[in-house]
Design a binder for this molecule. Structure first.
Ligand code: BTN
Length: 323
């Protein structure tokens, strides 16, 4: 697209102006067409200074995700091979499930700037204001159904790794797949699956990361336990960079998982903040309290209760208790 090319030419000459004539020549279009694309970029939120006889110069970039920026130089083979990016959807997971049922390929990704009906784990809502990351990835692993929960653990490893690499903050995983920084939640994952008999048709891995929103966008009751990457790093985080890194980490850990899931469990263990702590696990009508011992090969949490007995938990909410 000429607009993307003009944008990249302007970005490359950050310090100086580029004339409409030069931009037109480089793209093979008229100066009038250049002007139209400049207006369209301004409409997207770019600050562009136009000086007669000198040309155009970018003065500011909006905090928006652009498909061509995400795709630029992306080295992944599977994840992000199709990118569907929307200003607003009900839920990227719901849309990805629909696309997957209509034969979208493995690695297709749905991304939205905001969700009106974002879904969280255990039937909760995921409040989704602008400025964060909401994306869902379609996967078609050829694995037995009992291994499906490991896909969520794999996703958590990828998200924590992407956050660590992009923001240099100590992101850690709370079982099964919440990402925390310094005791506050920054990201959550929701996996949905379509299956028949014992065959997985497709899995959608939904990822929400709180990046640049103001915490006042959230209901009061969750503000104290939530953080954002901007709050942790003290500056606005480039969501395009984070997303591109997330694709790379997902591709790496998904392939590792298909080769040998023990590798993913090892990485999960290294990044987790749950094991070894005293925890309360609620879900399925009961609350268990005890010491988190580890996870088994199917990703279930092993807890040693105070009477010395061991319990394995497949789903629930963990609270880490102070000793
Ligand atoms: C949780 O911690 O409860 C899981 C939250 C998962 C939220 C993400 S945002 C993108 C995707 N679309 C949804 O509707 N939910 C997931």
């Amino acid at each position: 697209m000429y607009k993307d090319k003009i944008l990249n030419l302007l970005r490359a000459s950050r310090s100086g102006f580029l004339s409409g004539e030069e931009l037109g020549r480089k793209c093979g279009i008229s100066r009038t067409m250049v002007w139209k694309h400049i207006k369209s970029l301004e409409h997207e939120g770019f600050g562009i200074e136009a000086v007669p006889s000198q040309g155009y110069r970018i003065t500011s970039e909006p905090d928006i995700l652009r498909k061509s920026d995400v795709e630029q130089g992306l080295m992944t083979r599977i994840i992000g091979r199709e990118i569907h990016l929307f200003p607003e959807v009900a839920s990227t997971n719901t849309l990805a499930m629909e696309l997957a049922a209509n034969a979208s390929p493995e690695g297709a990704v749905v991304i939205a700037e905001t969700q009106t009906g974002g879904k969280g784990r255990l039937g909760r809502k995921w409040i989704s204001p602008k400025g964060n990351l909401y994306c869902s990835v379609i996967l078609r692993p050829d694995i037995p159904m009992y291994k499906a929960p490991l896909i969520t653990l794999m996703g958590a490893v990828a998200v924590a790794s992407a956050i660590r690499a992009t923001c240099e903050v100590p992101a850690a995983i709370k079982w099964p797949n919440d990402i925390y920084i310094a005791g506050k939640k920054v990201s959550g994952l929701l996996t949905e699956m379509s299956a028949e008999q014992d065959r997985i048709r497709h899995i959608v891995l939904g990822i929400g990361v709180d990046v640049n929103m103001g915490l006042d966008a959230l209901p009061v009751e969750v503000r104290a336990t939530t953080t954002t990457l901007a709050a942790e790093t003290g500056k606005r985080v480039d969501r395009t960079m984070l997303l591109r890194r997330l694709f790379i980490e997902l591709e790496h850990w998904y392939q590792a998982f298909l080769r040998n899931d023990a590798e993913v469990l090892g990485a999960w263990n290294a990044l987790n903040m749950t094991i070894g702590n005293r925890v309360a696990v609620s879900g399925l009508g009961e609350t268990l309290e005890g010491q988190a011992q580890g996870i088994d090969s199917d990703g279930r949490l092993i807890i040693s209760l105070d009477d010395g007995s061991l319990r394995q938990v497949a789903a629930g909410d963990v609270t880490i208790l102070k000793r």
